[in-house]
Ligand binder design. Structure first.
Ligand code: FE2
Ligand code: FE2
Length: 319
């Protein structure tokens, strides 16, 4: 510990990705309270109770994961930053994770009764497979001896574990239902896309500095961890989706996103599924929401900076 304290200087950037990410995240800032979710109440009443149950409970699961990111995730990553600007970016991400976690409550208070809301939170605080993934990630976040494993856990959560839940609003969006709920989810997804690629990029810097043996060890651990999470995710998906018959489609979607998570970390995909395997209605929901979904797609290939797309009217269409 030195005797001086260093002021952050944004005119002397060590890593241009920090600055580009800060600009991207602040440009796409949003708040749940600006989306008129109450316009979806007519659509909501057309859903039968099984489908309403799925919507409520996948959002309960997503609330838990965004709570984990806002309370533990970013605080844990902040212990291992390379630059002061990275700390600033993580501060931004942490606040947005709180916005994400809160936005599900905005949806619940519009669509669900107080008793239903209580039941959803009781479920998400106790459901076996949901708790298993949350606690597995939380424990890695608190293992300060393994900073690169924290980043793997973070990217697996951001780019993989959220997607069993994201499937439902994207599916409804593709069927012209719950458009305002979907708008919130698309804004969350747009954020998670940047978060996953940014943390993945920071992971790759550290990974590339390891020796061959350490890289191999971490690589093997990462794939074992992915298999473990996927096995748990299969059970979670059956539990949530069997009643509406969407399980197989959701599993395809999450395998596709598991590959994206591994690619964010600079690793090879694990599953055979590609974008073409996924229900096109759901894929369409992703692509329309996130014109900048692949903003950092070049980061994994030699850390080239992606081109920032100009904001268009589309970015503000519901505001
Ligand atoms: Fe989030
Ligand atoms: Fe995130």
């Amino acid at each position: 510990m030195t005797d001086s304290y260093k002021a952050i200087n944004w005119d002397a950037i060590d890593d241009q990705i920090d600055k580009a990410t800060w600009e991207k995240l602040t440009e796409q800032f949003w708040l749940d309270t600006r989306i008129p979710v109450s316009n979806d109440t007519d659509d909501w009443r057309t859903l039968d109770t099984d489908h309403q149950w799925v919507v409520g409970h996948v959002f309960g699961g997503l609330t838990l994961l965004d709570t984990l990111q806002s309370q533990d995730g970013m605080a844990s990553l902040r212990k291992d930053t390379r630059t002061q600007h990275e700390t600033a970016v993580l501060n931004n991400i942490q606040f947005m994770e709180s916005v994400h976690a809160k936005s599900y409550s905005t949806i619940f208070s519009t669509l669900n009764t107080p008793d239903e809301i209580d039941e959803i939170f009781e479920w998400s605080d106790t459901e076996e497979f949901l708790q298993k993934k949350a606690l597995r990630i939380r424990n890695l976040y608190h293992d300060d001896g393994n900073p690169l494993k924290k980043k793997v856990a973070n990217v697996f959560l951001e780019t993989f574990l959220f997607y069993s839940g994201f499937f439902t609003p994207l599916y409804y969006l593709g069927h012209n239902k719950l458009a305002n709920v979907a708008e919130i989810i698309k804004l969350i997804l747009r954020d998670e896309s940047v978060h996953g690629t940014y943390i993945g990029y920071k992971f790759q810097i550290g990974f590339n500095q390891l020796g061959a043996n350490a890289q191999k060890e971490l690589h093997d651990w990462m794939y074992d961890f992915m298999y473990e999470l996927y096995a748990n995710e299969e059970k979670y998906t059956h539990l949530v989706y069997d009643q509406v018959g969407w399980t197989d489609e959701v599993l395809t979607f999450i395998r596709y996103n598991a590959n994206k998570a591994l690619m964010n970390l600079g690793q090879d995909p694990l599953f055979a599924d590609t974008a073409d395997s996924v229900n096109p209605i759901v894929m369409n929901g992703i692509s329309t929401s996130t014109a900048n979904h692949d903003f950092f797609s070049q980061v994994g290939n030699g850390y080239l900076l992606g081109n920032v797309e100009a904001m268009s009217d589309d970015d503000y269409k519901l505001y």
